[in-house]
Design a binder for this molecule. Structure first.
Ligand code: CA
Length: 352
């Protein structure tokens, strides 16, 4: 153990023994339904002893597993908050065997401003895990989730969509995991979510994600990419609502079997993956994006997927972007303007 490790270990031990700065009005051990708040201290110019109050709902009955649903980690994604608020009001505790904890608007300050990042500290909620009790507001919230809510849960479902700058074919998502048992159990839940796409994702950057923090605790973690463009649609909300109820059926917190898409005349869940870097097309130009194919289109390697136009130099030919692999256009950059370094498109391939 070197000097740095000793110092880190001492710091970690000290951190672990200081309580979270978040207080919560919900009693997680109580039966029934409780609508409460997590109170995060936030002293500021317009509120000296002020706080941020993040809604949290706990619904518990009998014995069974605990499922934690979170949404609104990014403030410009809407299917998750809508579906979780609807579920919180609709669920009858008497019908449950277990506990459901719902946080529909985890990054409440970002929800208020419809921004991906917190307007208070500029942090990305899904890049600050495990968080810090002594950190910024976003880090303090993440610390509470990591040390209090996740340990209560057997499974965590974190609902995302593409936000203002991406749009997806509605997908339930898991990651490639090193533990084969956990991978199998997670894949079974992913399939039962019943989204149009069940996606096994290779993240571009996993640092600070809730996903990684939960997976490292050996718990099942399911995420989603339900739509995007900074809004929601009737279809994307319907996929979210069916999916979260299916998770309650899958983990036997609600009786009955999950409802597959086929039950409503839709195609079965298509299991896909983004196993390699070639799935992601990153833009190297700034300009107006012209898509050549729309979401859900099957493409072959070499097909034109889009072009970037130089609107201040109309004589200059647009730069073409071609599919690097064959598959389906799962996600695209959404605003009309694109910059160098933006994700232009994601192509997914069918699972073998
Ligand atoms: Ca997101």
């Amino acid at each position: 153990m070197n000097q740095t490790t000793v110092v880190d270990a001492a710091f970690e031990s000290q951190r672990a023994h200081k309580p979270s700065r978040v207080s919560c009005t919900v009693d997680f051990g109580a039966d029934g339904k409780q609508f409460g708040y997590m109170t995060v201290p936030h002293s500021r110019d317009d509120s000296a002893w002020g706080s941020i109050q993040i809604p949290i709902i706990a619904i518990k009955n009998a014995t069974g597993p605990t499922i934690l649903f979170t949404a609104g980690s990014h403030g410009d994604e809407y299917e998750g908050p809508i579906a979780l608020m609807n579920l919180a009001r609709a669920l009858d505790p008497a019908g449950l065997a277990g506990r459901v904890i719902l946080v529909p608007t985890l990054n409440l300050p970002a929800i208020r401003t419809a921004t991906r990042l917190s307007p208070i500290d500029g942090r990305n909620m899904n890049r600050v895990f495990p968080g810090s009790r002594d950190g910024t507001v976003t880090e303090v919230i993440a610390d509470y989730v990591h040390r209090t809510l996740v340990p209560l849960a057997d499974v965590v479902v974190d609902l995302h969509s593409g936000g203002k700058t991406l749009s997806f074919v509605p997908s339930a998502v898991m990651h490639y995991l090193d533990d084969p048992g956990l991978m199998d159990r997670t894949a079974a839940a992913l399939k039962d979510f019943g989204a149009p796409i069940g996606l096994i994702l290779r993240e571009l950057d996993t640092q600070g994600m809730l996903d990684t923090a939960v997976e490292e605790m050996g718990k099942i973690f399911i995420s989603t990419e339900l739509g995007g463009s900074g809004t929601s649609t009737a279809r994307s909300v319907a996929v979210a609502e069916r999916g979260i109820r299916n998770m309650l059926h899958h983990f036997a917190i609600l009786p009955g079997a999950p409802v597959p898409p086929e039950a409503t005349g839709e195609p079965p869940t298509r299991m896909m993956a983004t196993p390699e870097a070639e799935c992601f097309t990153i833009c190297a130009d700034a300009g107006i994006l012209e898509m050549a194919v729309d979401l859900g289109t099957e493409v072959k390697a070499g097909d034109l997927i889009g072009r970037v136009h130089f609107f201040e130099e109309p004589a200059r030919a647009p730069v073409p972007y071609h599919a690097k692999i064959s598959g389906m256009l799962l996600s695209r950059h959404m605003p009309g303007l694109i910059q160098r370094g933006d994700c232009l498109a994601v192509i997914a391939t069918d699972l073998a």
